[in-house]
Write a protein that binds this ligand. Structure first.
Ligand code: CU
Length: 328
């Protein structure tokens, strides 16, 4: 079977967009969506619910460490496979949102239109979003924070927690890193491995070429969107998956340069972060639970990425890319 081709959000037809948003709504209606929110929540370090591990050595199993990329690769793939069980998305592939294309004018991104993912929240009304396919709490109830019986609309707060989206220059700084991870393997600002860089923990304190203050890249996108996206339950907002699809593409692009099997550490890292460790706290159950080493090859998982984006980004973006593109 041919690989699925994941395209940039701007390259989808209107029918493809509607097919995708309808499939998200159908998974929610079937009661199959919120398990993704729970898996993500349970894999995170900070705890907010009774009965969760409180001991100091408890480590985040999906973030702030090298498992970040493979854990989320499988998380996104499982969701994509389940979306494809819905008729409207039978032949679909999840699109990626290249947020660097929108860094100069994030509010004008086509992703926020009412026939795509909908727009910003209303600060006068708890940051609840006002339009789009996910604004109706009857059809897109957010169960927050996974407390039985409590539901509310989706929240966003564009630009409040971070004032800008990451730009192509910041992304190129990550792409230029030669090692997947570096000794220590913790998500702190002087650990300059590719994965830590892309997750966003390397700040201008460690790389003065970065122009935005504070947290970067993947983290910054969560914060710029705000609302549910800035919580442990960030998959409550389906834009999570379009964001993480791009993060996954960036990793696949880096793997094409540096080698697919260039994962570190092989051993000696935190539990759940070594090459042959199982992914902890999902994603998946039983046969769908994977080891990190099972997901290093996207072709073996049945998909690839289209690099063509329509329309072309502004010239200045391309200049950044040409200047820093490690292919050249
Ligand atoms: Cu995550």
């Amino acid at each position: 079977m041919d690989n699925l081709i994941r395209k940039e959000i701007r390259a989808l037809t209107r029918d493809e967009r509607v097919g995708l948003t309808s499939a998200f709504l159908e998974l929610k209606r079937r009661g199959e969506y919120d398990k993704y929110v729970k898996w993500h929540h349970d894999a995170m370090e900070a705890t907010s619910l009774p009965g969760e591990p409180q001991y100091a050595s408890f480590r985040n199993h999906a973030h702030r460490g090298p498992a970040f990329l493979p854990w989320h690769r499988w998380f996104v793939k499982m969701l994509e496979d389940e979306l494809r069980t819905v008729g409207s998305f039978r032949d679909g592939a999840l699109p990626y949102w290249d947020w660097t294309l929108d860094s100069e004018n994030p509010l004008a991104s086509p992703i926020w239109t009412a026939d795509w993912m909908g727009g910003d929240g209303n600060p006068q009304d708890n940051d609840f979003i006002q339009n789009g396919p996910f604004s109706n709490p009857q059809t897109w109830p957010v169960v927050f924070p996974l407390v039985e019986g409590r539901q509310e609309p989706l929240r966003r707060s564009f630009g409040r927690l971070a004032s800008t989206l990451p730009n192509a220059q910041a992304l190129a700084r990550a792409m230029a890193r030669p090692h997947y991870s570096e000794p220590g393997h913790f998500g702190e600002q002087f650990q300059m491995g590719f994965c830590n860089y892309l997750e966003g923990w390397v700040t201008p304190n460690a790389d003065s070429a970065l122009t935005d203050p504070g947290t970067q890249l993947h983290n910054r996108v969560h914060n710029w969107i705000g609302g549910n996206m800035a919580t442990m339950m960030s998959p409550d907002d389906p834009v999570f998956f379009l964001h993480h699809c791009f993060v996954d593409k960036v990793w696949a692009d880096w793997q094409a340069i540096r080698g697919r099997d260039n994962y570190q550490p092989e051993e000696g890292g935190a539990l759940g972060h070594n090459l042959n460790d199982d992914m902890i706290y999902g994603p998946g159950d039983g046969d769908t639970r994977k080891r990190l080493s099972d997901v290093l090859d996207i072709a073996a998982l049945g998909y690839e990425y289209s690099s063509s984006v329509t329309p072309q980004p502004p010239v200045s973006e391309w200049e950044h890319r040409l200047k820093y593109n490690p292919y050249i």
